[in-house]
Design a protein around this ligand. Structure first.
Ligand SMILES: C[S@@+](CC[C@H](N)C(=O)[O-])C[C@H]1O[C@@H](n2cnc3c(N)ncnc32)[C@H](O)[C@@H]1O
Length: 282
């Protein structure tokens, strides 16, 4: 692949239609060591500002806000932002501004400078190289960009805690039965990825990023309804895609889960939390 050869994904406002209400309950948590790892790696000291791009329901925004003077959560999806506001109120986190907008609208929608800019499972939705260059300009000297995802591949699997694992393959087969074999997203199919985040950053002024892992939750237990919500929180199986067959799909998933765990509890292993980090020179 040549430098700059990344296709921008045009934003489709229906990618997460109906997902926001399921997101916080359904998505597995990132590493409990995330705050400590970011504090060490980005030199956080309570000063400066955080920008969380594609913040969704504010998973990082709310978790990390106390490490900054102010945090900004940016997302184009109003329902996601409403969930973020609700979570911040519940946890009495007062120093967050929520902004509806696209990463591609930066810097105008949320001007810098920032000490840390995070993308939690959201960078892939953006015009990656252009957005990374914009973020570079928005960071304070010495500021850090962090792309954060769950990673299972190549990571050591923790010991089985003696609880049935989520039957992902069978649930995916049900998704396929209802939605077809192409991975869906919004009104079309999910874009195919042909490049790695690390390569994209290496093509920008950031240069080759640093990649490291912090341990995921080894014995994460989830209820059946949380497992179902997890699937409904994904763009590839968001509620709107099922149309009037949503209840049928949910019924089949519930029946499958009931057949696999008598008490409706499952072990989830979302993997370790991977951080791809790049710094603007001080
Ligand atoms: C998988 S969710 C991630 C939410 C949260 N950051 C997390 O780590 O759980 C992806 C989010 O990216 C947002 N998104 C999609 N396209 C975007 C774009 N072009 N700019 C900014 N955010 C975008 C979606 O609305 C969605 O809330």
């Amino acid at each position: 692949m040549d430098v700059g050869d990344t296709d921008a994904v045009p934003y489709d406002p229906t990618i997460y239609l109906g997902s926001a209400a399921h997101y916080r309950y359904g998505r597995p948590a990132y590493s409990p060591e995330l705050e400590a790892a970011l504090t060490r790696a980005a030199g956080l000291d309570g000063n400066g500002r955080l920008l969380d791009v594609g913040c969704g329901p504010g998973v990082f925004t709310v978790r990390l806000a106390h490490l900054f003077e102010q945090a900004v959560g940016l997302d184009p999806d109003a329902a996601m932002l409403a969930e973020g506001r609700r979570a911040a109120e519940e946890k009495e986190v007062m120093n967050i501004r929520w902004i509806q907008g696209l990463a591609e609208d930066l810097p105008a929608v949320a001007p810098g400078p920032y000490k840390l800019v995070t993308f939690g499972q959201s960078f892939q939705w953006t015009d990656e190289q252009r957005v990374a260059e914009t973020v570079y300009d928005m960071l304070a000297p010495g500021g850090v960009l962090a792309l954060i995802v769950h990673t299972v591949a190549g990571r050591p699997r923790p010991p089985d805690p003696g609880v049935p694992p989520i039957p992902h393959e069978e649930i995916k087969a049900l998704v396929e039965k209802y939605l077809g074999s192409n991975r869906r997203a919004g009104q079309g199919n999910a874009p195919e990825r042909t490049h790695r985040f690390e390569d994209v950053l290496a093509w920008t002024r950031f240069g080759v990023p640093r990649q490291f892992f912090v341990p995921g939750v080894p014995a994460l237990l989830r209820e059946s309804e949380s497992v179902l919500s997890g699937y409904l929180s994904l763009s590839s199986s968001a509620p709107h895609l099922f149309g009037d067959r949503l209840d049928d799909f949910a019924g089949e998933v519930r029946a499958l889960l009931a057949s696999r765990s008598a008490d409706g509890v499952f072990w989830d292993w979302p993997g370790d939390t991977e951080i791809i980090m790049a710094r603007k020179p001080a």
